[in-house]
Design a binder for this molecule. Structure first.
Ligand code: DX5
Ligand code: ZN
Length: 224
């Protein structure tokens, strides 16, 4: 089953609880929470205190995307605050394996993300250590950017690598996803779709419903 993960970076932060209830009621399964440190990416966003506050208002799966230098320093805090999936960037870890093992040892799912300029083959040696591969489809750091067209072939390559090893790894895509290109990324092999602007700009209930219809009509990339 394909899953929608609305990114709260594009939500109205003065009424986050309400924004989340709406997307949850409309059928989104995950909630994507972008954590930025002003080092790995230029901007700053949410920390663990936002995650633990939101944990009290929803049972959605918290899909936490750490755009943070040496994220191993914060894994325990994010696990404790109620994150279900903790995704780190390959480019940000001095010891990727140790970081992934640490996430698993705390009972959370481990995700590994790559920026658009990182070769997909760089994740190959970690495929047995991860639950999710996040293929960034824009340069990480800001919402509202345009999908990078070369990403489609990168998603296909990731799906080929995963299938060749018969690994059970989800492929998540993040950045510039809209109702107009979501079918293309699903066809390429993604099965978890992050969307910020396309969900929270305008009527989020309608936006999630429209997106979910497309997700339901495409086979899960993992089961193809
Ligand atoms: C970008 C973030 C994304 C962002 C996506 O660095 O990781 O999650 O919120 O926003 P849209 O869907 O607007 O491109
Ligand atoms: Zn993200």
């Amino acid at each position: 089953m394909n899953i929608l993960s609305p990114s709260i970076l594009a939500a109205d932060c003065s009424r986050l609880g309400e924004e989340i209830s709406l997307v949850e009621a409309a059928g989104a399964g995950y909630l994507h929470i972008d954590v930025m440190d002003g080092m790995f990416v230029p901007s700053l966003s949410f920390g663990m205190c936002v995650v633990s506050s939101l944990r009290k208002v929803t049972d959605m799966v918290f899909d936490v995307h750490l755009m943070v230098e040496e994220p191993i320093r914060y894994i325990a805090d994010f696990a404790k605050s109620g994150s279900d999936i903790i995704t780190v960037h390959l480019e940000a870890c001095s010891d990727v394996e140790e970081t992934l093992d640490w996430i698993h040892s705390l009972g959370r799912k481990a995700g590994l993300s790559i920026k658009p300029s990182t070769p997909v083959s760089a994740v190959e040696k970690y495929l047995d250590k991860i639950d999710l591969l996040l293929v960034m489809t824009v340069e990480p750091g800001f919402g509202g950017q345009k999908y990078i067209p070369a990403s489609t072939e990168r998603i296909r390559e990731a799906r080929r690598l995963i299938d060749a090893r018969q690994a059970c790894v989800d492929i998540e895509v993040d950045g510039g996803i809209t109702v107009d290109n979501v079918r293309m990324v699903l066809d390429a092999g993604a099965n978890i779709i992050v969307a910020g602007s396309a969900v929270f700009n305008g009527n989020s209930t309608e936006n999630v419903t429209n997106m979910m219809e497309i997700l339901a009509s495409c086979p899960d990339g993992k089961e193809k």
